[in-house]
Ligand binder design. Structure first.
Ligand code: FAD
Length: 339
């Protein structure tokens, strides 16, 4: 058993069963999870897409995970979460843009949003998360960098920060290059590392210097075994190794997971490293384990909720469904009962 697997003298063991009795379904379990593969395949099917996108019940289900389609929706949800003692990172939905006009619309959406957050006095508690592929990374890295700079400038003017989401492994080097360039002017730009990748412990050590904001997550894309752990336990062990590396450094780690065991380990390891609650944070997705979000906040932790909004909610919703069959059952039951 690895050293970092040992907590407070007792060894933690993982298996596939989660605290709520269901079987764990991380993204990395795709190979052994046919339902997840099926849902992701359905997500790419045009007919199913149209059916889901136009079914009236979709609106209710979507609203559980997505703030809405407009900036006003995003701001309203942010205000409610902030009133509950939570902090927020907002994601304007959309990715893999191969069209400069679409990339420009995405940048404008972020600029509008940042303006509104500032005007409404919410910028102290709400930042933005940006996918470089939504602002032109697939067309040209320099275009994505230029667009990201505009968003960082607006965030600085609004008095908040930006985190660069991490996408599939073919973009990791490019995203870290853009991050390094942005940090020359805006050292507060946040990075995201995915523990399903073999490379991530090295990246975590490299990015753990003073002031470095790093979100740690398991990873949400379908990756080949040449670059990623296929086994759930290996991904979880990698998560714990990276938790230790980030907490041992001088940066500001942001632990993004809903996994009850990992949340517990983060808190235990933080205490062992002498970290006070304000020197790291927990992050979870909007609509997932909301009670746990409030519980952690009430304990004095900084908890940041990742709130997606915008018209391009379909792919995001399907990823959440694929992560957890219970969500799909809920959705299908709602479809069946409402016709
Ligand atoms: C704030 C935030 C930002 C993220 N940013 C990125 C990013 O930039 N790049 C990236 O690749 N991935 C990102 N992710 C997604 C992440 O990589 C995982 O795919 C996702 O968080 C599920 O992994 P998990 O750690 O919650 O553990 P899992 O093993 O998936 O889940 C553990 C437990 O959490 C609960 N749970 C998990 N998912 C759900 C759900 N959908 N509904 C209800 N309960 C659930 C269940 O109790 C489950 O047993 C982000 C996640 C968060 C929370």
């Amino acid at each position: 058993m690895d050293d970092e697997w040992t907590l407070g003298g007792s060894a933690e063991r993982w298996d596939d069963r989660t605290d709520d009795g269901s079987i764990g379904h991380g993204p990395y379990s795709l190979i052994v999870n046919p339902l997840r593969s099926l849902i992701l395949a359905a997500a790419r099917n045009g007919t199913i897409r149209r059916l889901v996108a136009t079914a009236p019940v979709s609106r209710d289900v979507v609203r559980r995970f997505v703030a809405g389609e407009t900036t006003a929706d995003a701001v309203a949800v942010t205000r409610r979460l902030v009133q509950d003692g939570l902090t927020v990172t907002l994601d304007y939905l959309g990715e893999d843009t191969t069209d400069t006009a679409q990339a420009e619309r995405t940048v404008q959406a972020y600029l509008d949003l940042l303006d509104r957050l500032h005007a409404e006095g919410l910028a102290d508690h709400a930042e933005v998360s940006v996918k470089l592929s939504a602002v032109g990374q697939m067309l040209d890295e320099d275009l994505a960098l230029a667009n990201a700079k505009r968003i960082c400038q607006a965030a600085e003017a609004a008095g908040t920060t930006v985190t660069l989401d991490m996408e599939d492994h073919t973009t990791t080097d490019s995203t870290l290059r853009v991050l390094a360039e942005l940090r020359r002017t805006w050292p507060w730009v946040g990075a995201v590392l995915q523990t399903y990748l073999h490379r991530t412990l090295d990246d975590a050590k490299r990015l753990s210097a003073e002031g470095s904001r790093v979100r740690l997550c398991k990873g949400a894309y379908k990756e080949p075994e040449t670059v990623a752990f296929a086994d759930k336990t290996e991904v979880d062990k990698s998560y714990v190794r990276c938790v230790n590396a980030l907490l041992a450094g001088d940066g500001y780690p942001m632990f993004a997971t809903h996994d009850p065991r990992l949340v517990r380990i983060v808190d235990e390891r933080a205490e062992a490293h002498g970290r006070k609650p304000g020197s790291f944070e927990h992050q979870m997705l909007y609509g997932i384990r909301p009670d746990e979000q409030l519980r952690l906040a009430q304990q004095g932790h900084t908890v940041r909720v990742y709130v997606p909004f915008g018209e391009e909610w379909y792919g995001y919703l399907m990823r959440r469904m694929a992560e957890r069959p219970a969500n799909t059952t809920f959705f299908l039951r709602a479809l069946a009962t409402r016709g």
